[in-house]
Write a new protein. Sequence first.
Length: 287
Amino acid sequence: MAEIIQKDGTWAFDGDALRLTPGRDKNVSLLRRTLGELVVPLGALAGISFEQGKKTGRLRLRLRDGADPLLHASGGRLTEPNDPYQLLVESDRYGVAEYFTDEVRNALLLEEVPSDPVDEYLLPGPPVPLSVSAGDGTASFDGEHIRLEWNWKTEDAKAAAGTRTLTVTDVVAVEWQPAAGLENGHLRFTVRGADTKAPPKYDPHSVELWGFKKDPLMALVAAAVQARLPHPSAAPVDVPPKQLEGPPRDDHDALLRRLRELGELHRTGVLTDEEFTMAKQAVLKRL
């Protein structure tokens, strides 16, 4: 048994799995504290490293591609403080960190664990139910249903659609994007039969994020949903040949309705000239 205990958290390795427990220090991120303890099977690991600094060092785990729905949903966009697979190490514990690293590496070699991608999730994703309020709404997920509720900061056109309730089977994809610079972030659900190019500010299946403290928690909602979607390595469903010839009549009518809706949003000022042009071109291409 190898173990390292720090203010930032505790990592323990029993030969079969690593148990990662976030610390209670005030500097530990809200995301890591909300996510709680993680159990990472040895087979999900691609490697481990330890980097020394003058005052603190950092232990890092590298997971095999496709092993964790959180890493897939966040797309590598989690900052270092929010990354549950990193641990800050005080300088007086460097020896323990090096020993811990050697123990994990030796186990990977003995068990001949490959580092190539996997075709199924080896971690279960964040526990549910989950409910996060950030940006212009609240996203809740109970394992089967996603509920999106709006607040007083939501754009009128989006709030007018009311609370949205989706089932996991409705969702084709989920995307979490943090705010960066002057660009807002979002949590967006791509819903079967309701594809849209509208900005998250107006998309009733998106929560717009503005870069505040709770924004990263939306990545946990994305990961919990992602864990219940088909694995990204799964082969896409074959499209029948007749669907390749052009959209059926119902799709054609839906696209025409969408053009009319976009025109109305443009006339009422909800969409800018640029947004309207981009959205209209996307619809016309599908026609």
